[in-house]
Design a protein. Structure first.
Length: 442
């Protein structure tokens, strides 16, 4: 009954209703684009490509594009080139003073940063699109190409580049006029779109094969535990008490108000996994250009192999510390507390406070980074336990963290619309807690 009443309240709010309808409409346009194949390719002869993207790194790329990669769609490259460009621009903000200055200029600086991100996205697409097309020519028979030669390559590169730019524009429109972070929602929809099909395939293989329904129940319980752990990781905080001095007017006594600095167990979010996977995809890109089949390339192209997962886990731990260091500044936190007359009980203001906060951050980042690394290599563990490669991808850290983070942030926005108009929120026992201050998926 409460759910029905909440849905009625959402419908009564005209602005919220229009935003939800607008968001759903944009998502439908994005999903329809998946079924539009590149001009010059026979869609009925894509079986080899679908078989290639059923598992492994190619399967991961196909999952993020919502199946468009295996359909040779105009949206085949998805939104990931834009994510890669955003990561590079953020890193430039650490290295170059010009980008640091832009980050401090407010709205005008943000617009310039977004413009540079779009330019870099186009450059990445121009480099990545030929690799995708070379892979198509290697996987598909000659009869699958109605067009060929230079004209096909040039026109397809232009179409793939325009397709990703259009998806990026759709995401920005959702952010401006819809509900939630548009780019994150598009990534989430791409992940969710393949879940029912792979779940049905896995259920059928389990019920008809060895283990039967019992094995399926064990898998579902395991998946539930992983999702619950991911939610706790996303939501987890460590509270550092801060005492704010307050003078009581009319008396000579001084009181105090105790508040807390929330330090998240996973302040870096999903970024370390995205960083690590972007680096681990380099062997496939190199192999695509050079046609190399060396042992190094083969070992690091197998996402279920030992060396791939070991290096990925180490990179995730490294990038978790790196990204936490650039997102949380203990010096700035200590200065802000000092300006507001605050202090941490038992710790002297200034350098001692900076050292204390830095020590706390280092301690809580270690278990968070190890947890991220374990969640990221869960697909390989699931495959070793007998789970099919297609369904094992949904045990992966990136997909789980994106799903949990985007859903929480979207629900938080809906909740804020309801509470502003004095309606009950979505949760009976308090407000939905999103990842305030952080980008939902990247």
């Amino acid at each position: 009954m409460r759910l029905i009443q909440t849905l009625k309240n959402i419908y009564r709010i005209e602005d919220l209703r229009s935003r939800l309808i607008y968001t759903l409409s944009i998502i439908m346009i994005y999903r329809l684009g998946k079924y539009i194949s590149l001009p010059g390719i026979d869609p009925s002869q894509l079986e080899n490509l679908r078989r290639q993207t059923s598992s492994g790194l190619m399967g991961l790329l196909d999952m993020f594009s919502g199946g468009a990669f295996s359909q040779a769609s105009i949206f085949a490259l998805g939104i990931m080139p834009y994510i890669s460009a955003s990561i590079v621009v953020q890193l430039l903000g650490i290295i170059f003073p010009y980008f640091q200055k832009l980050q401090k200029e407010g709205e005008s600086g943000r617009r310039k940063m977004n413009q540079y991100t779009r330019y870099l996205t186009v450059i990445i697409l121009i480099l990545q699109a030929p690799t995708y097309l070379y892979n198509l020519t290697a996987q598909l028979p000659a009869s699958a190409f109605i067009l060929s030669g230079t004209f096909f390559m040039v026109s397809s590169v232009i179409i793939l580049t325009a397709g990703t730019i259009f998806v990026m524009w759709l995401g920005e429109k959702i952010t401006d006029k819809g509900i939630g972070n548009g780019i994150s929602l598009i990534i989430m929809i791409g992940i969710v779109a393949r879940l029912p099909q792979n779940f049905i395939f896995e259920a059928g293989s389990r019920i008809n094969g060895t283990g039967g329904a019992v094995a399926l129940v064990v898998e579902m319980v395991f998946l539930f535990v992983v999702i619950l752990g991911t939610i706790l990781l996303v939501q987890g905080t460590r509270r550092v008490p801060v005492q704010y001095a307050r003078r009581i007017i009319g008396n000579k006594q001084y009181g105090g108000v105790r508040q807390y600095i929330p330090l998240k167990v996973n302040a870096a979010g999903v970024m370390p996994i995205i960083f690590a996977q972007a680096i681990m995809m380099l062997p496939i890109i190199i192999a695509g250009y050079s046609n190399s089949s060396s042992g190094f390339v083969v070992a690091f192209s197998n996402m279920y192999g030992f060396w791939y997962n070991l290096v990925t886990a180490l990179l995730i731990i490294l990038f978790t510390y790196f990204y936490t260091a650039i997102t949380i500044n203990p010096v700035q936190m200590a200065e802000d507390m000092k300006k507001n007359g605050g202090f941490i009980p038992g710790i002297k203001p200034g350098r001692k406070t900076v050292e204390f906060i830095d020590q706390i951050i280092s301690r809580i980042t270690l278990p968070g980074s190890i947890f991220l690394a374990i969640v990221a290599i869960l697909p390989a563990i699931a495959v070793k336990l007998g789970v099919s490669a297609q369904f094992a991808q949904f045990y992966g850290g990136t997909s789980l963290l994106i799903l949990v983070g985007v859903i929480l942030d979207t629900l938080q926005q809906i909740e804020s619309h309801l509470l502003m108009r004095h309606y009950d929120g979505l949760m009976k026992s308090g407000r939905v807690k999103g990842r305030t201050g952080a980008v939902a998926a990247y």
